[in-house]
Design a protein around this ligand. Structure first.
Ligand code: 5GP
Ligand code: ZN
Length: 122
């Protein structure tokens, strides 16, 4: 069985609430939304994270579709703006190891990092 949960969704082996689709990209509602609008954009091919985009086949075609997909979906769901987030690796808080872009909107999303103090840069 396909081990990656987002590969399974991309192949139609697991259900999702689809929002938008192209040959290379699928956008669907997050199963545990943290905002009124919480949509995930994934490539249909397996790419582990944003960090691997430069070295994985299919990344460029997905990124190309992503630009228009974000615009089309946001024009329908996020009329007042939105935030795009992609978590990468352990420190980034990535849980699903198949690159995905979170679109958060539907209300003011708040500070970039709750409770953050200015980081020391020296
Ligand atoms: P990460 O922390 O890896 O950036 O985010 C993974 C996201 O995938 C989480 O927001 C989580 O709720 C979502 N997610 C995990 N499994 C599923 C699933 O089976 N279906 C959907 N629609 N979203 C999922
Ligand atoms: Zn995958």
């Amino acid at each position: 069985m396909e081990p990656c949960i987002f590969c399974r969704i991309a192949r139609g082996l697991l259900p999702c609430k689809k929002v938008y689709e192209t040959d290379t990209l699928l956008a669907f509602h997050d199963i545990a939304p943290i905002a009124p609008v919480h949509i995930l954009f994934i490539p249909k091919v397996h790419i582990p994270s944003f960090h691997e985009l430069a070295v994985c086949d299919g990344a460029l075609a997905w990124m190309n579709d992503l630009m228009s997909a974000v615009r089309i979906v946001a024009d329908e769901y996020c009329l007042n703006g939105y935030r795009l987030v992609t978590n990468i690796g352990a420190d980034g808080g990535q849980v699903v190891d198949h690159v995905h872009i979170h679109m958060l909107g539907g209300q003011p999303i708040g500070p970039m990092r709750v409770g953050a103090q200015p980081a020391s840069i020296d």
